[in-house]
Design a protein around this ligand. Structure first.
Ligand code: SF4
Length: 489
């Protein structure tokens, strides 16, 4: 198979011509080179790619990613011809968990009856040994749906597993694997870039080590990074994942300054496997239909069951979608004239609110103000809940706060901190909000808070996050004064 091309040929046009001729669809992962992303029919993360592979009616799937991803496409849509530009595009996570080793481990520990949750970055043979598959985008949902009476073995990414365990409160045992690239980001390399851009937000992939995740304002899958960067108030955002993601983010969020998170070795991080695919190889595989992904039917069928379970579970809305749904239902009740919020919530709703460290009155206050004053928006309510939820999980380890901030504890409206009126009052509220310790009669984000935030060019979710960050400063009050002043400036 020749990789040589006549340089006079416009490779892009050629790829499109062969794509049509083969009735092919080009699916590309977020980490692919920009030229491939730009010519693909769909660009996304492993979960989105699996859904697209399953639903396509094209005859050929040209999968621009790594081998396990193309294999996943074949598992969920076996009648299609699946091709991969470079058959050597592997993955260190896949390599770290060999099917013989996993099978032997499960046999040795048969009496434990593990529920095996396997990250999609694994071979078909490993998937076939699993109960369910997950991606970084749905791992929390998948773990939450796991049977409560069985111990979980999470394979093969220990970092992702530890992050999910923290998010869900579910203890798990881990297979010792990692992504060679994401562990190259270090606390030192990210701290250095943060010093260079002190006002930047940091978003990191959960495959990073805990030391790096702790420096991030948000930890999420590549797909969720798109939403985070779009909604984030910060203009500068440090993106801690494979460098190919920057191309997608720059297209989706053109008004943001997106900075590649550096490793200790270089200014950005390219996965040596992902970057094996080139435009020339893509053209070649469309022409020759090689390398083609094939597999034994019995193994494919065994791997399909846990993958299909993942796809089915992923259709159940995650907590943020459920929160918005609940917000909308409460709004309808309020608009219908029912102001007794105690009648709004079902047991399932209460369980949801408890799981994110939220109280019914907190939600109701936002619903009521939106109807009566036109703000804060439901999206802002969600962003505030997101910060509170993260604090509840990360800092409070899902334990309720032990104190209560009473109305009599609040500084007076005219009180000042370094000449900034209202700051002492909103700071006391924000600290109570983070800890879930506000008396029900106190609303963080009330009309007075909104006026203060608007005057200083701030928003209530970012302010809450800044209060959290300032907890680590030598003088948290002074850190907040500096934060408000720099926003006003
Ligand atoms: S970035 Fe890491 S997890 Fe992703 S394909 Fe490369 S080695 Fe595998």
């Amino acid at each position: 198979m020749s990789q040589t091309l006549d340089t006079s040929v416009d490779i892009r046009e050629e790829i499109l011509r062969w794509k049509e001729k083969r009735n092919a669809v080009i699916l590309a992962h977020n980490y692919q080179i920009p030229e491939i992303q730009d010519i693909a029919d769909y660009v996304g993360d492993s979960l989105g790619l699996a859904f697209h592979a399953q639903e396509t009616d094209a005859d050929v799937i040209a999968f621009c990613g790594v081998h396990f991803m193309a294999e996943t496409a074949k598992i969920v849509n076996p009648k299609k011809t699946v091709i991969l530009p470079d058959a050597n595009a592997g993955c260190s996570l896949e390599e770290s968990c060999q099917p013989e080793d996993l099978a032997a481990f499960l046999k040795e520990n048969e009496e434990k009856n593990y529920y095996v949750i396997t990250y999609i970055n694994s071979s078909a043979a490993v998937k076939a040994l699993s109960d369910v598959i997950c991606t970084s985008g749905n791992a929390v949902q998948i773990v939450e749906a796991a049977p409560k009476d069985r111990p979980i073995l999470f394979a093969p990414d220990q970092n992702l597993g530890e992050w999910v365990s923290r998010q869900t409160g579910r203890e798990m045992e881990y297979w010792e694997g990692n992504c060679y690239l994401h562990v190259e980001f270090t606390r030192e390399s990210i701290s250095r870039i943060k010093e260079e851009y002190p006002d930047a937000a940091v978003v990191a992939h959960p495959e990073c080590t805990k030391a790096v995740r702790l420096l991030a304002d948000e930890v999420c899958s590549t797909e969720k990074m798109v939403h985070y960067c779009r909604d984030c108030e910060a203009e500068n955002i440090i993106v801690v994942t494979e460098a190919g993601m920057l191309h997608r983010l720059r297209k989706e969020c053109p008004d943001k300054n997106l900075i590649a998170g550096p490793t200790d070795r270089c200014a950005c991080a390219d996965c040596r496997f992902m970057k094996l695919n080139t435009m020339e190889k893509l053209l070649s595989c469309l022409k020759t239909l090689e390398p083609e992904v094939t597999m034994d039917e019995a193994e494919r069928a065994a791997a399909e069951a846990p993958l299909q379970l993942m796809l089915d579970l992923s259709k159940t809305p995650a907590w943020d979608q459920r929160f918005l749904g609940l917000f909308d239902r409460c709004t309808e009740k309020y608009q219908g004239g029912n102001t007794d919020f105690n009648t709004y919530f079902t047991d399932v709703d209460l369980e949801l609110l408890e799981s994110i460290g939220y109280r019914t009155r907190e939600l109701f206050d936002f619903v009521e103000d939106l109807q009566d004053y036109g703000e804060p928006s439901r999206e802002m309510a969600l962003r505030v809940a997101t910060v509170r939820r993260a604090y509840y999980i990360d800092e409070m380890e899902r334990q309720a706060g032990k104190n209560t901030v009473l109305p009599s504890d609040l500084p007076e409206r005219g009180d000042e901190l370094s000449g900034i009126a209202w700051l002492p009052r909103i700071l006391t509220k924000a600290r109570g909000k983070l800890r879930g310790e506000l008396d029900p009669d106190i609303m963080y984000g009330c009309g007075g808070d909104r006026k203060f935030l608007a005057e200083h060019g701030l928003d209530m979710a970012d302010f809450l996050r800044a209060v959290w960050r300032a907890e680590g400063a030598d003088d948290p009050d002074q850190a907040m004064v500096d934060y408000v002043k720099s926003a006003s400036a």
